[in-house]
Ligand binder design. Sequence first.
Ligand code: ADP
Length: 446
Amino acid sequence: LRANSLQTSPKLVPNALAALLITLTLALASSGLLLWRDTRRRLAAEQALREQHAFRKAMEDSLMTGLCARDLRGRITYVNPAFCEMTGFRADELVGASPPLPYRVPGQRDEAQRPEQIAGAGSARHGYETEFRRRDGECFPVLIFEAPLIDEHGRQTGWMDSILDIAERRRVEEINRRQQEKLQGHARMAMLGEVASALSHELNQPLAAITSYATACENMLREPGDARRERDAAGRRAHAAPAALRAALERIRSQSERAGQVIRGVQAFVRRRRIEREPIAIDQLVHGIEPLIRLQARKWEAQLVLDLCQSAIVFGDRTMLEQAVLNLTRNAAEAMDGLPRASRRLEIEAGPYHEAGRDWIRVAVKDCGCGIAADVESQLFAPFFTTKPDGLGIGLSLSRSVIEAHGGKLRHERRAGRGSVFAFVLPRHRAPATPASAADEPVAAA
Ligand code: ADP
């Protein structure tokens, strides 16, 4: 009888092989899974890339701006359809072309060819104007914006130019400029006519007086015999002739001065300086010239009352507007001459105002003076119209020119009771005002 044990020692090799097989099967299954996930991701990424590419191409093709990419040696690597249309060359003619490029005009500015640009120092986008030449030889102005092309390592690989054809813009600008010049010419002629007629009217008076006083002097000098006879006959008249002569000469001098004053006024009126606009808070503007207004008020012993809104901001030339306000306050203060002192009140009001569907800032200068008669009212703003013996009559017309040059209106409003109101409106400005510089010297009224 022979007995064998069923429990033999484990067989290492077949067991190890079985384990390896199982491990490999599991690894194969998991790598298959990973591959499937990776393929799905890649397909999705490729789809997104295709969509993005199609979108970018559609965008580039629909652009009106020409695009042209160049490498650092100036060789063209890409152009878009707008660029081809602009220059008249086909894309395959341009891509790969090296300087001199066929659309470049020799001698014209080419920033990308400057050594410092080629070195790739700048990363800022900047624009410059130059000229391109179409395939048919016609030259046209362009505006070029250059931006560096940077690869994923941050190195500059070339330049991307965005090109705008500005021929049409130049044409419109030229037409506008010519029209503007024509308009200014007409306005100058109209103004010249107005000034000339006012000037001749205004100068006639002192010139006529000068002529008659000069004739009188001549007569006195031409008749020394008569004068001597008068002196012989009556000793009292002995010094009459030189005294009369002196008086006549004095009048000639004062009339000449007056004529000179008129001419200086015309010069100030006609001389136009460039308007320098900035946002201005009206309350700050008035406070800036308050010392001058107080001087005017003190001269005519009037009380100054200010009612100024702080949010009243306009866009204009500070000096010119100060001058306009000072002209109005001077007139208002002068108009109260002769009134009992207690009732001399000069008021300045400023605040927002709505008229004709627009937002304005209204500045009103009120007095309780003599008021304005109907026949005077119609001529108030005419140059050289004055009712004052020493007036020049240019304050109101000058102020109106200033306000109108700012897109506003200056008008006289009747005041219930006594006095008058001169008010101007200016378009309201929304941005914050520029603070008045402490160094700003308010300018005295004309
Ligand atoms: P001027 O003050 O040199 O006369 P203006 O052009 O400033 O010149 O004024 C013209 C005229 O308008 C004045 O002479 C005056 O008759 C009248 N005027 C102006 N402002 C007032 C006012 N606030 N009240 C009454 N009359 C005025």
